[in-house]
Design a protein around this ligand. Structure first.
Ligand code: EPU
Length: 302
């Protein structure tokens, strides 16, 4: 989708929103898959309510992008524009045991920044790609911890109310890869309350998690992490592996050889290829185990 109406272009400039025409979503997502559209880069949280009003009044559909690490975007010319927060400087501010973090901050960098200031708890999240906002929305977790545990407050744009609100941690429910945020809520910033721990101890925890991850997951390949959620009491990766599906391909979309719940883009996979692979694996698992695997990866027009 292309924004060319001079009235909208002028409105964006007034709101300090940068317009980038014809951006490739393949370049903004860890899977390296996705068509093109216009990208709107937001410099100030406070401009969001007016921006959304401008887009709605002019019937411009939009989607809000975090780090693009859990996303499968459709091919071709995309029928909506993409909004993205520009990181403020600094994007993490510490105050005792509290870390005030912008949603656009890189998750791994946040974990290490806090660690250097003797704040731990998030060691398991060290290798999880993406932004703090993205991790928050889906309650990202690994190695026995999840980000929701540490949330004290969230600043969010609530599309339904058309305003920015501050939610306290107890007003939000955090479950396995799921939160009570509305689908059109936009994460803007979070305050985490973290346990004090000596840097050395946190570093050791980080080292152990890194090692586990390196030995069991395909790092450095184009993926969206795990494609499916784990069904209660089971591992999707183990089930797919048990069916002998590692290495199964559709075009350049491939079930990874190291971890069967990671589907990688081994070259120039299209969204169509990846979707066909997901559907095929889901059907085979259903036939063999009677379990309907639920996507963890989020689909945008794919
Ligand atoms: N397994 C296999 N074959 C495989 C993959 C796994 O036999 O191809 C076995 C493992 O040997 C192990 C069991 O299945 O006995 C569980 O595997 P693993 O420890 O790798 O955990 P997982 O359930 O597959 C979950 C998360 C990961 C997270 C790890 C570590 C989900 C969907 N996945 O994987 O999160 O990093 O635990 O805590 O919850 C993600 O969400 O994108 C993600 C990568």
């Amino acid at each position: 989708m292309r924004i060319s109406d001079p009235k909208i272009v002028a409105g964006l400039a007034t709101l300090d929103v940068e317009l980038r025409h014809g951006t490739s979503l393949a370049e903004l997502t860890s899977l390296g898959i996705g068509g093109t559209t216009d990208l709107l880069r937001i410099n100030k949280h406070e401009s969001i309510p007016s921006l959304l009003r401008l887009l709605d009044e002019n019937h411009v559909p939009h989607k809000f992008l975090g780090g693009g690490s859990n996303l499968l975007v459709g091919d071709g010319d995309l029928p909506w524009v993409v909004l993205q927060l520009v990181s403020p400087e600094p994007d993490i501010v510490l105050e005792g045991k509290l870390a005030h973090v912008d949603a656009s901050a890189d998750l791994g960098r946040t974990v290490t920044f806090c660690a250097k200031h003797d704040l731990g708890g998030m060691e398991g999240l060290i290798g999880v790609p993406g932004t703090v906002g993205g991790a928050l929305r889906m309650n990202a977790g690994a190695y026995g911890m999840q980000i929701g545990t540490y949330v004290r407050e969230v600043k969010v744009y609530r599309a339904a109310q058309r305003k920015i609100e501050i939610l306290r941690g107890h007003q939000i429910s955090f479950e396995y890869r799921h939160t009570s945020f509305a689908p059109d809520d936009m994460m803007l910033a979070v305050t985490l309350e973290l346990p004090s721990k000596p840097f050395k101890e946190i570093l050791e925890g980080i080292r152990i998690c890194n090692e586990k991850r390196r030995s069991s997951q395909p790092l450095g390949q184009k993926s969206a992490g795990c494609i499916f959620k784990n069904p209660p009491g089971a591992s999707a990766g183990r089930m797919i592996d048990e069916l002998g599906l590692k290495g199964l391909t559709v075009g350049d979309a491939r079930v990874n050889d190291r971890h069967a719940n990671f589907f990688v883009n081994a070259g120039k996979a299209s969204a169509k290829d990846m979707l066909a692979l997901i559907a095929d694996v889901r059907e085979r698992v259903h036939k063999a185990y009677g379990v309907e695997l639920e996507n963890e990866v989020v689909l945008w027009n794919a």
